[in-house]
Design a protein around this ligand. Sequence first.
Ligand code: SIN
Ligand code: MN
Length: 218
Amino acid sequence: MSALIPRPRLVLAPGAVHVPGWLTPEQQRELVVACRDWATGPVPIRHTELPAGGVMSVRTVCIGWHWQPYRYTRTAGDVNGARVAEFPDWLVELGRSALVAAYLDPAAGDGYTPDTALINFYDDQARMGMHQDKDEKSTAPVVSLSIGDSCVFRFGNTTNRNKPYTDLELASGDLFVFGGPSRFAYHGVPRVLPGTGDPDTGLAAGRLNITLRVTGLT
Ligand code: SIN
Ligand code: MN
């Protein structure tokens, strides 16, 4: 859906860029189809268990490498022991073009080879506390793609989970990249905005977020 009020590309901090409406409706539909498939297996989507007890409110499925707090493995020992789905070449290409769009530099995607994606599904109640993505052994950027309901995305500082932070809305099709000096910034999702998504994406309700990352593992 095209916004009545234009939402311009925004550099929040060095290396942290929001590109509203970057994915076309067709790309969003294709990603929803792909994520639905990955959600069924070989490792099914699930609420990740936390070492301190409890489970995450989002449901997650991973491809390329499996993430569980706080490490990556090829097989999902905390789910069903299966090896996760391969990370497809087309998603590497999408990651590279995301960096070009975010950094407005035709060379920004050169050599970027994400090898894992965490696919998170948020229902109306799901949220994600402030955290850093720091289980990767690489400082390559994280590429975040959102589909479905909008959310409030909180983008903070690299020192702690508290202020200063900026709250912005991530809507369907939005790209957010955090790399460079912002790569280890704290971030989270305080709430989803139910009913804001367009069912034409193939997602009748809820929010899908896909983060592409380089694990630095072999
Ligand atoms: C994440 O931090 O891994 C997900 C962020 C989001 O859902 O936008
Ligand atoms: Mn994260």
